[in-house]
Design a protein around this ligand. Sequence first.
Ligand SMILES: [Zn+2]
Ligand SMILES: [Zn+2]
Length: 257
Amino acid sequence: MNSIKFLGTAGARFVVAKQLRASGGIWLSLDGTNLLIDPGPGSLIRCLSSRPKLDPTHLDGIILSHRHLDHANDINVMVEAMTMGGFQSRGTLFAPSDALDGEPVVLQYIRDYVDKVEVLKENTSYQVKNITFSTLRRHRHPVETYGFKFFLPGLTVSFITDTHMSPVLIEDYQSDIIIINVVLLNAIPDLPIDHLSIDNAKELIKGIKPKVAVLTHFGMTILKAKPWKIAESIQEETGIKVIAASDGMTLSFDEFI
Ligand SMILES: [Zn+2]
Ligand SMILES: [Zn+2]
């Protein structure tokens, strides 16, 4: 069974602060391995209140794409939950170096609880049990940020996290399934916000041509325009299946293998 569950689909400050959408990150179950990507505010609560419940002690790893609060707020409590309060060392924590050094978002004493801390670097492969994933080129974003590509038997799944638009994303994220963090309805020309807009997402979908694209991490302007309607119109325009993620949504990969 290969699937992902959206413990949150909120992006940007207002949607997170008002919890118009939840912000718990994404739980991956891949061939018996459980991984949590970007445990933002409320991640632990979302795991425990999921139906069926997601048990943090079953996690094999936690992966941070970058140190921003909407991605990293619950990182420490999730490590504690994964390791039974630190009494049962377990799992690997993956994070960029600026989430670990300087003003770290991962507390020092928490790092002893996991089996291993791995520093993410660009274009590097990592292994958790039977699952391989790689980072791609570093994203243009105000802090050190990496997206991920997971290699499953017969299927590649990419997570395009927060980033400024760039044609290299199309080269890097060639895969069967793409999950795209789209914060903005429209790009704001005079404001250098390093986030993707709907037009950017369209360009990525047309360039990558995946079997399915999932939009998530919505800012306020997208919520107001109804994400499912936006997904529908991109699907019509591109002829590629496009889904707008919702809180608690599970997507099974097995039908795409
Ligand atoms: Zn974000
Ligand atoms: Zn960010």
